[in-house]
Design a protein around this ligand. Structure first.
Ligand SMILES: Cc1cc2nc3c(=O)[nH]c(=O)nc-3n(C[C@H](O)[C@H](O)[C@H](O)COP(=O)(O)O)c2cc1C
Length: 368
């Protein structure tokens, strides 16, 4: 069951809007600009031919936007052309307005085009990683293979949010007949622990910034018959935790993911998207069939939520100092309940995708 994310629909219809505005606006302008310019007090164009050529270029940007709207599968190169074209128009027009006394009327088009440069780039980013948005809202089809109803859950948690999330997921899976083995990643460096000193906090942030890998103990996985593998990670500096990334960096662990359905879980104070994206891409590179990704955030609103995180890291108790910190640290009970439901849905996912490790083996055998 896949839903089309609202962001994608909004961006697509914005493309239709600029298509209609560019196509209709330029036809209208060429037919009636003497009347309109006279009414607005805009001086007539110095060179009518050049004005018509400019209008034709702007019209063609409308056609590009229309093609984007109708054929999203092939929209990315068109979005790049559109962003370049509209960007060039916005820059040239603003330049002439600022330095050569061009009438403000033309600036309206420049602002419109500048806004659509941003919209085109956002839509391009969205289309490049459309699966990530969908994975966060739906459960994709699993691999068609014999059910074992066993899940491997790999997680890392310093302040227990990830731990609570994993226990809820495990409960949901169990309600629908799954048995799970939970494996906690063990970091071998003392900075990755809680409570942490200010210095350790800074070092974790710096290492996340420099993307320096962490050392972890080898994973001790008791079985090999899992049909589902879940990877959970906290967010540190908008990235997945280094100890969890270390699991993927070890080629020996690839066997845990290859040919299995997989789920990415990202814990965060508020910004889980990049962590979820990183886990998804690592799972894919490791040969897994990613069926879902979910990100979870702490209760409360900013900036109190951020302050509550800092206070918790400093004082190590929730709701302190009273009035300043959220009474509860981390994920809400509602979120935890929703995770158990997600676990149940996950256990009952449809399994119709061909087992591509077999297809790959067949392909390799048939290759000349
Ligand atoms: C060093 C550090 C950096 C963090 N950076 C971010 C961040 O960039 N964005 C965010 O939303 N949360 C950030 N957080 C918050 C954690 O992701 C959040 O507290 C999460 O619930 C931790 O999971 P855990 O309780 O399982 O350890 C950071 C926490 C720490 C300790």
């Amino acid at each position: 069951m896949r839903r089309i994310p609202a962001a994608g629909l909004i961006l697509r219809y914005l493309c239709l809007l600029t298509a209609l505005a560019n196509i209709g606006g330029n036809i209208g302008l060429q037919l009636g600009y003497p009347l309109l310019f006279n009414w607005l007090g805009v001086p007539p164009p110095v060179d009518a031919r050049l004005f018509a050529i400019e209008s034709a270029l702007s019209f063609s940007m409308g056609v590009v936007a229309l093609l984007i709207f109708f054929d999203t599968a092939r929209a990315i190169p068109l979005l790049q052309i559109g962003a370049l074209g509209k960007g060039a128009y916005a820059i040239v027009t603003s330049w002439h307005w600022a330095l050569h006394g061009l009438h403000w009327f033309y600036l309206v088009f420049a602002v419109w085009d500048a806004v659509f440069v941003v919209i085109f780039i956002l839509y391009w980013i969205y289309l490049e990683s459309r699966d990530l948005t969908e994975l966060q809202q739906s459960i994709f089809d699993g691999i068609d293979r014999p059910r074992t109803n066993r899940a491997l859950i790999i997680g890392f948690s310093l302040t227990d949010n990830g731990r609570k999330v994993i226990h809820q997921l495990e409960a949901g899976l169990r309600n629908r007949g799954y048995q799970s083995d939970v494996i906690w990643v063990v970091a071998q460096e003392s900075i990755f622990r809680f409570p942490m000193s200010l210095m350790d906090f800074v070092r974790i942030i710096l290492r996340a910034f420099l993307r320096r890998p962490a050392k972890i103990a080898p994973l001790r996985v008791p079985r090999d018959d899992y049909d589902l593998v879940v990877v959970e990670s906290p967010t540190w500096l908008l990235s997945m935790g280094a100890p969890v990334e270390a699991v993927f960096l070890d080629p020996a662990n690839r066997r845990l993911f290859e040919g299995r359905d997989a789920v990415a879980l990202a814990m965060s104070r508020g910004a889980y998207q990049r962590t979820a994206a990183m886990i998804v891409r690592w799972l894919e590179r490791s040969g897994a069939n990613v069926v879902a990704a979910r990100g979870y955030t702490h209760v409360g609103r900013e900036p109190r939520r951020l302050m509550s995180l800092w206070f918790y890291l400093i004082f190590r108790k929730p709701g302190f100092p009273p009035g300043l910190a959220e009474p509860h640290y981390g994920v809400s009970q509602d979120t935890l309940d929703a995770i158990a439901n997600f676990g149940e849905d996950l256990a009952e996912r449809s399994r119709t995708r061909p087992h591509w490790t077999l297809l790959k083996a067949l392909g390799a055998a048939l290759a000349p």
